[in-house]
Write a protein that binds this ligand. Structure first.
Ligand code: GLC
Length: 717
């Protein structure tokens, strides 16, 4: 069906719809296959048959979907099909690493590949929309949803936005294996005050435009079909009712024509925000702001008729929302194939292929934080291994906080992965202590196993629901008695490797003082154990980098590399400079940190032309050598700094990434390009402006001044 046909059909339907049916298209209710918000699932079938339901969430599985869709198509007056949404955030049945981990691969091709697989599996289960990608830049590890984010950098998050939208939606939204993407949570959610979930957000307009908006601008540019406004307010105006951002910016200035789906119950929560006296006012505020779909608040079904009567909204406002929802359904091909019968079936062979990609994604998401005495890799199988700690053999924890349709029993635990890698070794497993709680009785037996072992693998960290939504932690360290277990085991002095599982950087400097080797394993999904074994044994040379700064202590938060220089930059010898009396300024590990089993050396940075003009591009070349004995993948980061501008600029800003896989002894010229327009500064009116002057160029492995080569380019007026 052509776009014209769609438009004609939409107008014809709109002309035939009653008010109840129109509002029904704006109503989204949850089923009970997952609980992702307050309140119990409504009797969605009753609402559906009254024509008061337009879409659903948390329902998947082709047979059940077809049954519900059949009722919509055959048992309602107009037979308008539903669309079905679900949080396919990092995989559907095949689970990939959490976004904070996968971002560390610094590889848009990988991000797109895993999203494409997730879409194929979700579509086969009857889903037509995912509530992903999550694009909230976050610089506060206390916030549990940092686990779902791509970390602290707007440029990196914007590249992930583009890759994920491409991956989920494919080339044609009407294709049977495409799912509509929902860029969320628009916007600024990652800046919740004190890292406390759902707290207020109050950032400067400049920071909002320079840090929190760019990923959503990229998602719109990539064609995201939907956007979800965030729960939070911005300087007192809840995003769910924010006309200035939803209508003026998103729709008018950015030209976003897709659907705005509220977050769960968010419209009703405008009352708690204190901007609506009742559900009628809440419904009116959200509708006037352009929120098309009410997820689970029933504010539209309960409040819009009265809002219409009171003149708070016009029928034209309702019609505009209905048109966008019907246009999404048409674009998804639901009017032609409501049952998505052509979705490719998930055969065992395809699922095996997907798991192979999950293993690749997982090992490329593991960050080697520390490796003293080259403790890693453990090339020869140790005769006896003690795999200790609360995360040693708990497959379901590998799912992470948003597990989609993943099943715990299908995940590979660390112990299972090591057993598979070292079949002839004796591998003893003991928790020692629970992840949280106060029973130290298991420490002594664990120590006995450690004493008898040739290698200890100590698996520490958070359980998966200690981060994610509603997972903020004010003191994000190792929970429970894990510090006691870790100190006792590591003080034995046996060869040991620490595997850290978490949805955030964990603050435990004492651990890094004691441990020789530490791997950040986050939550790696289906193939976690095999991927960790690949890295521990050296079958894969760790290549991931931190997409978020790793603080020494929560007292440093918010801490991130792209900070402003201040008028009194740190001078350790001068009291009156920017520092703490009781804590270093520097993090434990900077953005981009990640070690390798080999050593890469950078030299001969050159840039051309020497002077750049608007519309031009800078060619950057640097020679990278593998100076070690093992092949490896190097991630080359490109940063810039504008030392003198109309506003103070960050000491570093990420503007490019390149990858190079190098064999031992190999040297390669790595090339990057930087568009002149990417160097524009937002002026006083927050409009991009290219300012003449010098731009410093930095290239290296991480946001660490001593690791970067420097050049410069002039910007001509
Ligand atoms: C949750 C989350 C949102 C998710 C939605 C549906 O509250 O905030 O990210 O997509 O509800 O599950």
């Amino acid at each position: 069906m052509t776009r014209t046909d769609h438009a004609a059909r939409i107008e014809s339907l709109l002309g035939a719809m009653t008010l109840d049916e129109k509002i029904g298209q704006l109503n989204m209710l949850t089923a009970d296959l997952a609980v992702t918000g307050p309140g119990m699932p409504a009797d969605y079938m009753a609402e559906l048959k009254k024509g008061r339901l337009g879409s659903m969430l948390n329902l998947f599985g082709a047979p059940l979907m077809r049954q519900v869709q059949k009722a919509a198509v055959e048992e309602t007056r107009l037979g308008i099909p539903l669309f079905f949404g679900f949080d396919v955030v990092h995989g559907h049945r095949t689970v990939f690493p959490i976004p904070l981990a996968e971002a560390g691969a610094f590889d848009p091709a990988l991000w797109e590949k895993t999203a494409r697989i997730a879409a194929v599996e979700a579509a086969a289960d009857g889903l037509t929309l995912t509530f992903a990608p999550m694009l909230d830049v976050s610089r506060d590890p206390r916030w549990g949803r940092i686990s779902e984010s791509a970390g602290e950098d707007p440029w990196l998050t914007a590249r992930l936005a583009e890759a994920k939208v491409r991956g989920f939606q494919g080339a044609d939204l009407a294709a049977a294996d495409a799912v509509a993407a929902t860029a969320k949570h628009f916007a600024g959610y990652g800046a919740v005050m004190a890292g406390r979930e759902y707290a207020q957000v109050d950032v400067s307009e400049r920071t909002f435009h320079e840090v929190y908006l760019p990923p959503f601008r990229a998602a719109v540019g990539a064609g995201t079909a939907a956007i979800m406004p965030a729960f939070n307010d911005l300087a007192g105006i809840p995003l769910t009712a924010h006309r200035g951002l939803l209508r003026d910016l998103l729709r008018q200035r950015w030209g976003f024509e897709g659907v705005l789906i509220s977050d769960y119950n968010a419209i009703a929560e405008l009352i708690a925000h204190g901007v609506a006296a009742d559900l009628v006012e809440a419904a009116a505020l959200a509708l006037k702001a352009g929120v098309d779909i009410d997820m689970m608040a029933t504010a539209y079904t309960c409040g819009l008729p009265a809002a219409l009567e009171r003149g708070l909204v016009a029928m034209a406002d309702i019609d505009a929302c209905v048109r966008r929802v019907l246009a999404l359904k048409a674009a998804l091909g639901l009017f032609d194939d409501p049952y998505r019968m052509k979705a490719p079936a998930m055969t065992p062979e395809r699922m095996a292929e997907h798991r192979a990609v999950a293993r690749e994604a997982a090992r490329r998401s593991i960050v080697l934080l520390q490796n003293r005495n080259d403790r890693l890799p453990v090339a020869a199988p140790p005769p006896r291994v003690a795999v200790l700690g609360p995360l040693a053999d708990v497959a379901d924890e590998m799912l992470g906080p948003w597990s989609g349709a993943g099943r715990g029993e299908e995940m590979v635990s660390y112990a299972a992965g090591l057993r598979a890698a070292w079949p002839a070794s004796r591998i003893d497993v003991a928790k020692g202590v629970e992840a949280e709680g106060g029973d130290a009785g298991g420490i002594a037996p664990a120590l006995d196993l450690a004493r008898a072992a040739d290698l200890v693998v100590l698996c520490l960290g958070e359980l998966r629901f200690m981060s994610g939504e509603a997972g903020s932690r004010a003191k994000p360290g190792l929970p429970g008695l894990q510090p006691e277990l870790a100190r006792a085991v590591l003080d034995l002095g046996k060869p040991a490797v620490v595997l850290l599982s978490s949805g955030r950087p964990l603050m435990a400097p004492w651990l890094f003082e004691r441990a020789e080797a530490v791997l950040a394993c986050w939550y790696l999904g289906s193939e976690a154990g095999h991927a960790v074994a690949d890295v521990v044994t050296g079958r894969w040379n760790p290549s991931a980098r931190l997409a978020v700064t790793w603080p020494v202590d929560a007292g440093q938060i918010p801490i991130f590399y792209a900070r402003l220089p201040t008028g009194r930059p740190l001078d350790p010898a001068f009291r009156y400079s920017s520092k703490y009396l009781d804590m270093p300024n520097e993090p434990l590990f900077p953005f981009g940190h990640g070690l390798s089993y080999t050593r890469f050396a950078y030299s001969n940075l050159r840039v051309s032309p020497a002077t750049l003009r608007a519309g031009g591009a800078l060619a950057i070349e640097v020679d990278v050598a593998n100076a070690g004995a093992m092949a490896g993948e190097e991630t080359v980061l490109l940063f810039v700094r504008d030392p003198v501008a109309s506003v103070s600029r960050p000491v570093l800003e990420l503007k490019g990434v390149a990858k190079a896989f190098l064999r031992p002894g190999e040297t390669r010229t790595v090339r990057l390009s930087l568009a002149c327009d990417a160097l524009a500064v937002l002026d006083g009116a927050l409009a991009p402006r290219l300012e003449p002057g010098t731009i410093e160029i930095f290239v290296g492995p991480a946001a660490r001044a001593d690791a970067l080569l420097e050049a410069a380019v002039a910007i001509a007026a």
